[in-house]
Each structure stands twice: as C-alpha cells, then as structure tokens.
Design a protein around this ligand. Sequence first.
Ligand code: ZN
Length: 859
Amino acid sequence: MGAQTIITEGHDPYRLPTGARPTRYDVRLRPSLDDASFSGEVRIKLDVERWIDELVLNAAELEIHGCQIDGIDASWELEESTERLFVRPSLSIAEGETTLVVQFDGVLNDKLRGFYRSTYVDDNGNAQVIATTQMESTDCRRAFPCWDEPEFKAVFGVTLDVADGLAAISNAPEIERSTSGGRTTIVFADTMVMSTYLVALVVGKLEATEAVDVDGTPLRVVHVPGKDHLTAFGLDVGAFCLRWFQDYYSLAYPGDKVDLVALPDFAAGAMENLGCITFRESLLLVDPETSTQSERQVVTDVVAHELAHMWFGDLVTMRWWNGIWLNEAFATFMEVAADEAYRPEWERWTSFGIERSVAFETDSLASTRPVEFEVRSPDDCEGMFDVLTYQKGGALLRMLEQYLGEDHFREGVSYYLRTHSYGNTETNDLWDAIEITTGEPVRRLMDSWIWQPGFPLVTATLTDIDGASAVVLDQRRFRFDDDAGKDDGGESPLWVVPVHVRNGDTITKVLLDAAQTAEPIVLSDPDGPVVVNAGGHGFFRVAYDSELRARLDRAALASLGTLERYNLVDDAWSATIAGRLSAAELLTFLEGFSDEREHTVWQAIVTALRGLSRLTDDAAFDAFQQRVRSLAGPALERLGEPTTGESDLAGKLRGLLTSTIGGLGGDLGVQARCRELFDTASHDPSQVDPELTAAATSVVATSGDAETYERMLAGIESGSTPQEQLRHLYALAEFDDEALIIRTCEFALSDAVKSQNAPFLIRLAIANQRHGPAAWSLVRDNWDEANDRFPSNTIVRMIDTVKLLNTPDLVDDVSAFFAEHPIDQAIKTMDQILERQRVNTALRTRESARFSIALTPHR
Ligand SMILES: [Zn+2]
C-alpha cells in the first residue's frame, strides 16, 4: 500500500512516461563565472521499450537551442508549468537503443538550486565566484535536460570546460584534461548507475587537502583558499565514518573517491552527491581548539549522515519521493550510531532525545501527518524535508533497532542493501529484508507507525493480581489539544508499541498492540519503582498513576539512566502544554532535579524553563528569575572552573548553565563575568574555554546595549572560523531592545548577510522573548523581499518561531497574513506552525494568571 500505486502513468503531469529509459548521459557543460551563465550539450543513450512518437523528459529555466534524435533534427516544446521537454521526431522511434542530443544555455542563478552561483571575498578583498550544484530534489533539470526522477538511474560521464586556473570537481575522479585558448577541458570517469538528483559539479578557485587513503578510497576536503587549517577534524571524522560504514553495512564504498566540499553558499545543510558531498562551511570546517562540543558534534553528525547515504540512498534509492522519509530517517539514525562509535563519551544516543522531542512537538498536533505521505509535485517534495521525516523517522528506526537487537537490525539492513544494490525500492522492501533475517513481525509493527499520524501516550497503572503487585499498560493517542481529536469519533488509533518495563532487576519486553495489555506485568520488586520505556528509546510518552509516580522520588531518580530522566522531564513539560499538569506543578517538579549532573537532562529542564518564562507576567518575572537562579546556580557552582582533561559534556553543561543563569535567570554577577570573558576572548580566543566564550557571547547580547551591538557586528567580520562568525551573527537576535531587534531584521534583509544564514537570523529575532512581535511585523511588511532573497526551502524555517507569539491578537494577525500569503512549498508545515501558535496561546491564557500568582503569593 503506497501512494505511488494510485498514480496512473500518463495522467499525472508531474510523472514522466516509462516508454524510454536513459541508460547513459554524456554531459558537457561550459560555465562562465564572470557573467553567471553556462552553455552545454547532453547526449542521452536511451533504451526504448516500444514504438513511441515523442520523448518526454524534464527541463526548466533552460534555453533549448536544438534537439537531435539519432543524428536527425527533431522539434521540441518546453512546458514551463510542469517543467517538461517534449521532443518530437518526424518519424516514430523504434524500440531498441536511441540517442537524444540536446544543446542548451542557462543562467547560474542565485537561488541556491540547480546550477548556481556562490560568492565569497578572498583574503585580498576580491569578490570570487564558484559555480556549484544542488540537484535534490528536482533541480537537475535546471542544469541539463534529463529524466529527473529517482527511478531513472543511469551512468553519468561528465566533461567540464572551464577557464584556466579554476578547479573542477564532480562525482567521479578526473581522468583527462586538455588546455586550449584559455580554457581547460576536464573529463571525469563514469559514475556508477545512479539517480539524477545525485549529480554534482563544482567549479571555482578551490583548494583540496592531500588525500587520506581510507582502505583504498581517497578522501579529501575541498574548500576556498586559506581554510586548510580548518580541515583536519572533518577529514578525521570522514575517514572514521567511511571505514565504520563499510563494516556496518558489510559492503565496500560504492564510489571511487570521496570529496567533502565546503561551500560559502548552501541552502540545505549538506548534500549526499555520490563522491562529491557538498556542505555549508560551518558544517565541515571547524577548529577543534576554539569550537564547542555542539559545533564539533554537528560537523560529526553531518559528515556521518552524508556518508551513510552513499549506500542508503545512493546505492539503493527510493523509487519515488514518498520514500524520501526512509532515506532521511535512515541517514539520521546512522549519523547518531556513527557518532556514538566515534566519540562514545558524547553519549550521542542520549542527546538524540533532544531531537526526538522536536518531532514529538509537531506530532502532538492535529495537523501532523503520517511519516509516509503522498508526494506528487516538486512543492510536495520540498514539504517532506521536515522533522517528521528526519527526527521522527530516525527515532522510529532506533525504537525498532532496540526492540530487535542491534546485531539483528544490522544484518537486516546489510541484507537489504546487498539485495537491492543499484536499484530502487519501496519502504516495505526494508521491512521485508529485516523480517527475513530476524523472523520478527517488522512490517506489521512499522506499518502502525508510518501510516498513521501521531504517537501514543502509554499509561501505567498499578493493580493487584491474586495479591501480587502488577502493572497494566494502556495506550491512546497523545495530543496537545484533546478537543482537536474529536473528529476521530472518540476512538483512538492503536500502535504496535514495543515497551520495555523495568522493575528491580527485571526488564520485561511487551508488544502492546491493543488498547490495553492483555496480561498485567507482575512486579518482581512489588514496592520498587517501575520505569516504563526503560532505556528511553521508545517513540511514545508515558504517564504514571499517582502511586507509581510517587515511587520515582529523588533516590529513584539517581538510579535511572540519563535518557530515562530526560524523558521524565520532557514528558512533564508536554503534560503542561497539554493541560494535564499546571505550570506551578511543573516548576516544582523541575526543582526536584537540582542534583542533576547530566547535560542532556539539563537541556530538557532549560527548555521547560524557557517555556514557563513565556507564561510569566511582568510583575512575577523577577520571582521567576529568582527560581531559575536557585535551581541552576548550585549546579554551576558544583562544576567550578574549567579544568584540563574534563569531559566535553562537563564543559558543555557549564556553558548551558552559564547562559541560562546569565540570560533567562538575569543574574548580574554572571552577566558581569560574561562581559569579562567576552572581552578576553575578543582579543585572544585561546584564553577562554570555548564553551564559556559561546555562552558569554549570548549573555552579553541578552544584557547588551547599542555599543555591544557594534562589537557583535564587528565580531562577524573578524571571526576566524565559520563558528565564531555565526555565534556573533546569531547573537544579534538576542538583544533586549526593540530598535536593535528591528535593526537585526533589516540587516538580515540586506546584502551584508548571506541568504543561507539570514532566514535563521530572522527566525531567532522572532523568537526574541520581548521583541519577537516587532520582528514579526517587520518580516510581514517585507514578505516579498524576503521571498525574493532567500532560498525557497528556508522560508518556512524563517517564520517557524511565530508559534511563540502567544497572544490572541497575534494569532489573528499571523493566521490572517498566511491565509493571504500561503507558502506553497510548505503548506502542511505552515498548518502545524499555526496550530502550535494556538496551542501556545491557549496555554498562556490558561496558566499565566495562576502561575504568576503562584510565583508571587504575597503581592
Ligand atoms: Zn540526508
């Protein structure tokens, strides 16, 4: 059962007919960086399955100059609305092999898709241009005419004709070059059989590191000149992951070489082009000495994620874009698994809880969607790149892996990849492969999670069976707004939930596939604590009855795993949003964690505190800040000053507590200390622990004035790494001054900020606690300008934070605006943002007064 089966060939204007299939492309492109244009010719070898009168392929924003079929001129027509090129010969084409040749011109656009232009200023102050590509999902057709659907796999032979002195890189290694008349022609080896969305071309003044030999595969980092000193970490991660994946999958790397290419302008984070992986600079180039653990972890995540795709995605590819979720979910799962192997001390599977929570947030809404979803148009496709695809999908795979056992899961994955190498698949093919190797009902289990929206709340209730203590589990859908679910007719959907329950030394594994467990779980330690979702990897929330909750006291907490404690805090915060726990009760509950020592748990506590701060009246705000300081202060004191040899996570926790106490807690002493640290680090970054530098940058902005703002601006220019530059840039959104926040938004809309970063700066400005509404209104008034400037996939991310604008007036304003200005490439995500804004507003309306009174009982 898949969305693809209901689309009939010939009736869907977005799908190409299958009568002719490309087997090989010879693509020759001649980019001209100075005038941002290119010309080219593509020669496509086709396997024609039956007599046909026309060839239908994809092309967009290209000027076609000629088409020939088997050497004879043919007429053509380019249909802009559906991005299709119809080529019609004077005589029908017979079955067998046919060659189509097309000549064309195009523009190197500034929209960061297809064949586009990226710019940077070199060390001598000269503007430099790079021509590069981003083909996924459906933009290869903007670089050359092609059968631009993942199922039409073919071999690509690329030739680039570039001005002398420029580097040129593609998926396969260079095999030949010749020079004449100021131009160099570079021929690349043939690729393996692959989809069009994986083709990559990069041309410009670029440098490459020496290749590292990874068991026979050369691995390099490619970058703009002058950044060689930031490449060692990425190379180390890349080499580790390439080996680790070959081992995990039991399959050799399918390409000939790997280049990791850092680009100054990139709309997504990174892209898994076979052998030529492209990245934002900040996600590949990093200085281990001056970066935070988060900054190194994100580089590790992204390098691992893209390398995981070389097999899962590139070697074996989804048949159609409805399968994109599995592609991305799997790479998300593998990035965390590879990180855990690379740096076990980072406890990456524990911190993945934080990302899973982001998926829970969206999936608690009535407007969520099933993970697998019908995709027809390019806009539908763009809409799939969301938290439900990546984070929920990745979390579901983790839950399955933990249920089956890591080795059994891995064997199934390896079997799947070996069976389907160079082919295309449906989601079921993976479940079937794992079912074959494990004998477990994988398809039944996973179908319940991917075809229905949402997730369950599992409630544990203490009971008594023949005098023995036991626990009954039941499930129903978790929602923030229970009224929104009334159209279900009151019946909750059911999931096949793998639940691990721990009591004493016993872990019981249950497959809860009905509304309630058939057999209660008898407790081996009748009075001891019971942990539902033991290990913490299940994609569900848990509620305990009052007796079971009372057993999870301070002493019991200490015996729980870190992810289990994280889940308790995260479940409590979501219970507050859903109206099952008051804000005051939540704060008291959080205060029970004052002995907590783990960063991930503190991250959940801080997220909840930030949420509570948005419910607090001005009159009660001082009292709230006092509570924040009392809760987090002792934890910061316990950590003391940074010491050599302390763990990365201890440093990270110190950073989090410092920014929380100095920012949210408004602590004057911490603010003063942060100003000192910021001053010292501005002169010599090596003098301050990077975690403290990052925290101080944020705190200084939160409590800073116009002069501080100027220093922050200067820091963007003078920052010596992409990470330092971004810390200063994003701190511009944290000032507590309306004029400065407006200035930040205007700055984001100017040429001074790269369009890959500007939408995220605006997103943070809208999230500003007191001046978000001013940022929103500026964006609203400059909506067309923002849409012109920024990559289309970033528009919805830019305004995601309007969900925090939690007053009825702003709900009306925001929803009226988007009714008039829909974001076509993100209709579903937009519905979710608007619903979440209503949920947040209901929360504030419900809690604000009584929470503020609870904070200041004597006012
Ligand atoms: Zn990916």
